[in-house]
Ligand binder design. Structure first.
Ligand code: NAD
Ligand code: USQ
Length: 397
């Protein structure tokens, strides 16, 4: 089966391309290098050194004899996207190619605009490319658990049965996202569901939780295959950030009281989940939603785990409750239905001490690459104007 991975140079897209190639699929990647350009422009860098996309694919071929085709394309530029679809004729498309940082989307109008323009219109182009060029192609789209927010009821898997004034229907689960980034995913979901209904496209929307983990079995084969490890205040997620903070002796940056609870998934499970979605193709016209998480923790739970494991490694790990720069519930109910991928055969790698120890050790090995100026949050949901200045000052340093 031919699979096109959009955003195939990113943290998740690259390991996904390797994993699918290893399983015997014919894989191509498309990327516009937006993420690398952000790093170059602002002086950010992955904790772990990463090779350019061409070298990565070359190394994969040297090691395995398998090839991964590269398309330099942009989902927002329909010509480049359509050229890749026409040339490769994908039977499945895995769509990772979006601006994925909530703090980035909350810097100011310009960054909110870019995020929604890039994500929503890029995905609209993907839907048209499928309709016009490869109408049977299965779209596997990366959504996010943050689309749902934190309602005071169980979060169902995409849809909920509602009884109202004596009548009953099964409707999309209510969405209460917490950033302009998370909102872009909600808009995508609506557009995708609509395209399935009117054109008979087939799609799986994966509401994925926070992904952690430094490598997959394939990226670990060789340092030149490594995927990125973000720890900065814009792209770094809390667990990655806490691991590098423990390694450099910086108090863990817990935002607010730390009761914020989120779904998590190991990167090794992410790549498998997407294969499971591809293998179990939906019917024409079907819009499926899977909740792609394996467990959930509060930020305090994560800080406690990193403190415990760091202490075992002889590190002095402290926590600091910073004023929360985001607008979010800090003490809330959280219970998520996530059975569909388990039913398809997912066998989760859960977050144990060994995984955290591995991540802290990678941070210790790359300690001289950690820029402490990237640790404190610079984007405040409530006070964007002031923070643009602070973000710019920090980028300028
Ligand atoms: P990433 O930023 O590392 O990778 C995204 C890749 O897409 C980058 O290589 C970037 O250059 C590319 N890209 C962005 N816009 C593009 C465009 N218009 N055209 C072509 N390429 C473009 O992000 P990631 O962590 O790998 O996340 C991938 C996807 O998974 C995103 O959609 C994200 O929202 C979703 N997701 C990620 C996580 C997580 O914890 N990392 C959790 C849930 C969902
Ligand atoms: N947080 C801290 N300290 C930090 C960083 C974050 O306490 O130093 C808190 C945040 O306030 C938030 C929680 O940790 O309550 C999660 O934040 P995060 O930065 O780890 O993750 P988030 O912003 O939710 O975004 C990440 C990915 C995004 C993906 C999302 C999945 O960047 O692409 O969509 O996880 S989910 O959270 O399920 O929506």
């Amino acid at each position: 089966m031919r699979i096109l991975v959009l955003g195939g140079d990113g943290y998740l897209g690259w390991p996904q391309a390797l994993y699918l190639s290893k399983q015997g699929y014919d894989v191509a990647v498309l990327d516009n290098q937006a993420r690398r350009q952000f790093d170059l422009k602002h002086g950010f860098d992955s904790l772990v050194p990463i090779k350019m996309l061409h070298r990565r694919t070359e190394r994969w071929t040297e090691l395995t004899g398998k090839t991964i085709r590269i398309y330099n394309g942009d989902t927002v530029n329909f010509e480049s996207l359509a050229a890749a679809f026409s040339d490769f004729q994908p039977e499945a498309v895995v769509h990772f190619a979006e601006q994925r940082a909530a703090p980035y989307s909350m810097i100011d109008r310009e960054h909110a605009f870019y995020t929604q323009y890039n994500n929503v219109l890029g995905t609209l182009n993907v839907l048209y490319a499928i309709k016009e060029i490869t109408p049977d192609c299965h779209l596997v789209k990366l959504g996010t658990m943050g689309e749902y927010g934190t309602p005071n009821i169980d979060i169902e898997e995409g849809f909920i049965e509602i009884k109202h004034n004596g009548r009953t229907d099964v409707l999309p689960f209510p969405k209460q996202p917490g950033s302009f980034y998370h909102l872009s995913k909600v808009h995508d979901s609506h557009n995708i569901q609509f395209a399935c209904k009117i054109w008979g496209l087939r799609s799986t929307d994966l509401n994925q939780g926070i992904v952690y983990g430094a490598d997959t079995y394939e990226t670990a084969l060789d340092p030149e295959l490594a995927t990125r490890f973000d720890y900065d205040q814009i792209y770094g997620t809390a667990l990655n950030r806490f691991c590098i903070q423990a390694a450099v002796g910086y108090p863990l940056t817990v935002y607010g009281s730390g009761g914020q609870t989120r779904g998590y998934i190991n990167i090794k499970d992410t790549v498998r989940c997407i294969e499971l979605a591809i293998e179990s193709q939906p019917q024409a016209g079907e819009f499926r939603v899977f909740n792609q998480i394996t467990e959930w923790f509060s930020i305090n739970d994560i800080a406690e785990k990193v403190t415990r494991v760091g202490s075992k490694l002889g590190l002095n790990v402290q926590s600091n409750h910073l004023p929360n720069p985001r607008v979010e519930a800090e003490d809330h109910y959280y219970n998520v239905v996530h059975t569909k991928l388990l039913d398809l055969g997912l066998q989760p790698h859960l977050l144990d001490d060994a995984e955290i120890e591995y991540m802290i050790k990678i941070a210790l090995e790359n300690r001289d690459r950690i820029d402490r100026r990237m640790i404190l949050p610079t984007v405040n949901w409530r006070d964007a104007e002031n923070d643009v200045k602070r973000v710019e000052e920090q980028f300028a340093n």
